[in-house]
Design a protein around this ligand. Structure first.
Ligand code: F6R
Length: 595
């Protein structure tokens, strides 16, 4: 959701703001804008992408302090007036905001009654007007007073024409300060500022910061507090396309390395990566796994991994639904999976779990993210920055975390354990084999791109893979795709089958194989073209399916990894064939920081 940036220092702000915003576009990209303070405060914004804004900006915007925003619309359509920055009546105060102000209507009414004039439909616009109301030459004080009236979530950067400083604040939306040499940066997310610095300070909820070129001051509840400085290990190259046509393709191809890095990191320490056992208990507790979107599909696969290896009962829920569900047992071990560590529904679920006395393990890719800071234990994945809106490598890394989490407690004999560890270590080369077969998948994608509706089916540990394959296809190619448990197809969706509705069938060499084969025959009898993902050497499926993608042999427990990578390529090439905006699909954003 919305990306925000700020700069203060000795350099011209405009190019830095635009460059930082371009790196943040995965958070939202329906409009963007900047405000720069030179002789006066100048604001430029349009309902266009950052590159297009750059082209229409005057060349000579002179100023060394500035803020910027790239928007994912919540209140009001994408338009020039609704784009940020938003200003007060005097045009001297400018604000960029990420989050949602819940009581904006009441505040807007009040402020209108007091003579303030509003231009946009956004919730954000109440913030500059509230600050204006309290401003008497001290921006920090005015922001603090304004925020006392605001209910909701926010990360904001504020500037005023009369003071050479930026004031920042956060509550339930991420915000970091990047530390430079006599210059400082602000951003929602690390990739925005990697070109300039790798030293950052993560703000906590209810922090208020004042930033000048030489100094940052952070206060909390009116008291100045010290916030730890962190060094980011991600490099500038990690956040660039590196010669690939799209971030998504680069990230798909990075997966052998991501698996190696993630497993290698875990293997380098001798203790379990997190303790599943509850303190003082010898028996493993029930496990509850929560997540949203693609991470939820990793959770569903996790249910099979933990269930099979640990023989415990595992419950999975969408974090967004869990927040409306009944009582929570404090005896469960909870795992929350979130790539970004900032998904609003997942954060709400963590807070709810903790209030109920549950110990929460978070699996996340982002060091210092909100989820990592409120969890009891954190398992970091080592996927590097994921820029493409569609999650690929972060999903694979999440699976690695789940495998490695279960292994120390696995109730399997030593031979099976050894073979699983060996299988995990071989996964990078197995995934590489899938990637080497890209041309074949791309050819099938060309055929798939002609249809409008597609079903994905799988059973057992590969049912979530069907969900993930369908999600990936729909989000980037805009084809209507549904993931179904293969056994459920005949309970309704059969009515939709026919020669114009292909079915992608995902096989594994496990106890689901025969039933899947029967399902494919039933589908064929309804004339749907079938594309099957099978293990190399499989002949039975080949006889019935119209086309097959042959995948390297792996233990069935690892089949979701190779199957998903093939489906990522299928989605990518289908979207490419259809000329879609692959890295920035319409209406989406990478980090979903609103409920
Ligand atoms: C889909 C996708 C989303 C995310 C979801 C959760 O490709 O990326 O479905 O998986 O928004 O995000 P995180 O994992 O950051 O909580």
């Amino acid at each position: 959701m919305c990306g925000i940036v700020g700069y203060i220092g000795a350099r011209q702000a405009k190019p830095i703001l635009l460059n930082s915003l371009a790196h943040l576009e995965y958070r939202g990209y329906d409009s963007c804008g900047i405000a720069v303070l030179g002789a006066g405060l100048e604001v430029y914004k349009e309902a266009v992408r950052v590159q297009a804004l750059e082209k229409i900006l005057p060349k000579n915007i002179d100023g060394k302090i500035g803020i910027g925003h790239t928007r994912w619309a919540t209140h009001g359509e994408p338009s020039q007036v609704n784009a940020h920055p938003h200003c007060d009546c005097t045009g001297k105060i400018a604000v960029v905001h990420n989050g949602v102000i819940n009581n904006f209507q009441k505040l807007r009414q009040q402020l209108t009654g007091e003579g303030h004039k509003f231009l946009s439909e956004t919730d954000t616009e109440v913030i500059p007007h509230l600050i204006e109301k309290y401003y008497d030459g001290d921006l920090e004080k005015a922001v603090a007073m304004a925020l006392r009236e605001v209910e909701g979530s926010y990360a904001i950067v504020v500037m005023v024409a009369d003071e050479p400083k930026l004031v920042v604040a956060r509550k339930d939306s991420p915000l970091i300060i990047g530390l430079g040499d006599r210059e400082n940066f602000v951003a929602s997310d690390v990739p925005a500022i990697l070109d300039y610095t790798n030293r950052v300070v993560y703000l906590e909820d209810d922090d208020l910061g004042v930033i000048t070129p030489e100094d940052i001051k952070v206060s909390h509840g009116g008291r100045v507090v010290g916030r730890e400085k962190h060094e980011i290990s991600w490099s500038v190259e990690d956040a660039q396309k590196g010669g690939y046509a799209h971030f998504m393709l680069k990230e798909i191809h990075e997966q052998p390395k991501v698996i190696r890095d993630t497993i290698g990191g875990y293997a380098s320490v001798t203790e379990p990566i997190a303790s599943l056992a509850m303190p003082g208990d010898t028996l493993l507790p029930d496990v509850l796994i929560l997540a949203c979107g693609t991470s939820y599909h990793a959770a569903l696969i996790g249910k099979h991994i933990l269930g099979e290896l640990l023989r415990v009962s595992v419950r999975t829920e969408l974090a967004s639904e869990f927040n409306y569900s009944g009582p929570i047992s404090s005896k469960s071990r909870a795992i929350v999976i979130t790539q970004s560590g900032e998904t609003a529904d997942s954060l709400k679920a963590i807070k709810r779990l903790k209030e109920a006395g549950c110990q929460v393990i978070v699996i996340t890719n982002v060091v210092g993210s909100t989820a990592s800071r409120i969890a009891d234990q954190v398992i970091y994945t080592r996927a590097g920055p994921e820029i493409s809106v569609a999650a690929t490598k972060s999903f694979t890394a999440q699976l690695m975390a789940l495998y490695w989490l279960a292994l120390p407690y696995a109730k399997v004999d030593i031979r099976r354990l050894d073979s699983l560890v060996m299988g995990l270590r071989q996964l990078p080369s197995k995934v590489q084999q899938v990637l080497d077969n890209e041309a074949v998948v791309a050819e099938y994608a060309r055929q798939l791109s002609k249809y409008e509706n597609v079903f994905f089916i799988g059973r057992g540990i590969n049912f979530p893979v069907a969900l993930e394959g369908a999600l990936k296809l729909k989000e980037i190619s805009y084809l209507h795709a549904e993931g179904y448990a293969a056994g459920e197809l005949k309970h309704g969706p059969f009515a939709l089958l026919g020669s114009d509705t292909p079915v992608v069938a995902i096989f594994a060499q496990d106890n689901t194989y025969e039933a899947m084969l029967t399902n494919v025959k039933e589908v064929k009898a309804r004339k749907s073209p079938v594309m099957a993902l099978v293990e190399e050497g499989d002949e039975a499926v080949q006889e019935v399916a119209d086309s097959v993608i042959a995948l390297p042999q792996v233990d069935a427990l690892f089949s979701p990894v190779v199957n998903t990578v093939a489906l990522q390529l299928l989605a990518y090439h289908t979207a490419k064939e259809r000329g879609c905006s692959i890295d920035f699909p319409r209406n989406l954003a990478k980090s979903v920081t609103v409920e």
